[in-house]
Design a protein around this ligand. Sequence first.
Ligand SMILES: NC(=O)c1ccc[n+]([C@@H]2O[C@H](COP(=O)([O-])OP(=O)(O)OC[C@H]3O[C@@H](n4cnc5c(N)ncnc54)[C@H](O)[C@@H]3O)[C@@H](O)[C@H]2O)c1
Length: 332
Amino acid sequence: MKIAVVGLGYWGPNLVRNFSASDRVSDVLCCDLDRERVKKLVVKFPHVQAVDSFDEILASNCDAVGIATPISQHHSMGMRVLRHGKHLLVEKPMAISSRECEELVRCAEDHKRVLMVDHTFLYTGAVRKMKDIIERGDVGDIYYFDSVRVNLGLFQHDVNVIWDLAPHDLSIMDFMLAQKPVAVSAVGVNHYDHMEDMAYLALHFEGKMMAHVHVNWLAPVKIRRILIGGSKKMIVYDDMEPSEKVKVYDSGVKVVTREGIYKTLVEYRTGDMFAPKLDQSEALGLVVKDFLDAIELGRKPVADGETGLRIVRILEAAELSVKKGGAKVHLQ
Ligand SMILES: NC(=O)c1ccc[n+]([C@@H]2O[C@H](COP(=O)([O-])OP(=O)(O)OC[C@H]3O[C@@H](n4cnc5c(N)ncnc54)[C@H](O)[C@@H]3O)[C@@H](O)[C@H]2O)c1
């Protein structure tokens, strides 16, 4: 297959590297408005063919295009890719509104093309292992999903911290948990311009499950941590750990009798902890594999357009909630 990558800033070169590494890809084309970035990339990957513009990529005979440009451009560029009969891998988040995402999904269906969103975390060994553990029933009933994704910078030009960082946690949650949220309430503030640089999202579900996502560009330390609590086990996923990123605790609470709750006759289970072995394959390599498989086998990738749309619906609702001072916004 012949693949093109548009946008060679921070993330695009990673797509180029992974497409180039696939023996199913014969040619990689690329372009960026910034000539210096193109020059730098071609020095690193001499086999890659640089072209002058996105129009040239559309006019080429490439089979598929990866879009790694700023979020505000995903919809317009993605629609043009699909209308030219090419398969589309678009960076996360899929677009800046659910309406734009719905149009992309419909356009891909109309043109019978693969539409995939690069929710890279779904392809990490850690997230796939946690999904296995949860689906096996080892964690029991899920009580909560609680994530913290904070660091200093990088401020994005076109979106706030919710749109930049929360897609990771929301896509992980969407992938691992069968239950989907029904409403969102969020608070956030901006300190330097009109875009929020820190935010707290609360996700509401039918029943007693709760989820919370904390994102912040103004934290002095980098934290990437998710806690999942269940009736049988609890999981800690710390992506900053060099090894043993996932730890499963046999800890919990056992209420001896109903009266026991009031007499504090609860037993705290502090059992063993185990750190499962994780697949170390590069997640983006598996993203590329799933995309190429989907094209060749005519099937949907794991992170398909519907997945991207569900995440954007939550982001959109969270942004609206922030504007309404934290009011609960229902998801359709
Ligand atoms: N999957 C992940 O884990 C992950 C990680 C980082 C970024 N991203 C996503 O990747 C996308 C890009 O982020 P980034 O940090 O690389 O941004 P960036 O600003 O570093 O790079 C964007 C590049 O696109 C180029 N560009 C813009 N318009 C163009 C056009 N019309 N034609 C050709 N080139 C054009 C810019 O010149 C720039 O070089 C965003 O959607 C971001 O959310 C995903």
